[in-house]
Design a protein. Sequence first.
Length: 235
Amino acid sequence: MSLLALDGVCIDYGPIRAVRDVSLTVEQGEVVTLIGANGAGKTSLLRAISGLKRPSGGKVTLAGRDVTGFSPDHLVRLGLAHAPEGRQVLTRQTVEDNLELGAFSRKDRPGIAEDLEAMYVLFPRLRERRGQLAGTLSGGEQQMLAIARALMSRPRLLLLDEPSLGLAPLLVEDIFEIITDLNRRGTTILLVEQNAGLALARSHRAYVLEAGQMAVSGPSAELAQDERVKRAYLG
């Protein structure tokens, strides 16, 4: 049984069909990446998975349970977390407030305190800025905060949308080292990423979306050598 399965998912925005009949799976322990041009439907798919956008058709299954159309807070309680494109941190709240809000669905105060400390170990810059307003952080620090906030819910599946967007190359490497480390620790990840080369290098499998439809899929190492993928996304 796949941890996540999409079966024939369609997503509409008014009369526009942004995603058409997409099926994919994510297995426990994997990093799976979605690549494609801007407007291909990648972010729409993540929003449909996390409950921010109701699919117009098809089915979303989490650990064997049909969760199509479930609310975001319900899905968080079932073990799914989403670090969205653009970070969307609470700018007028402190770093620590943002992290604690990531654990809104939990009641285990000792466990929350333990995980808060774990986030500060994983992201030392956040410890240094724990009392600072999130809106005053750099782009890279806000991205770290967005990921850490999502992890505070102890997700079985983490959705990451464009974690490298707008970051300097050295920070991009840092973010992907963190993603790799999280996966080694047992977090399953579905990743949308503009840097196709890095995404393919750090994932197990990949799907390519073109104009809202699945174009090609397979092991990431194989897709990195696929001539169509190389021409379109790897330069």
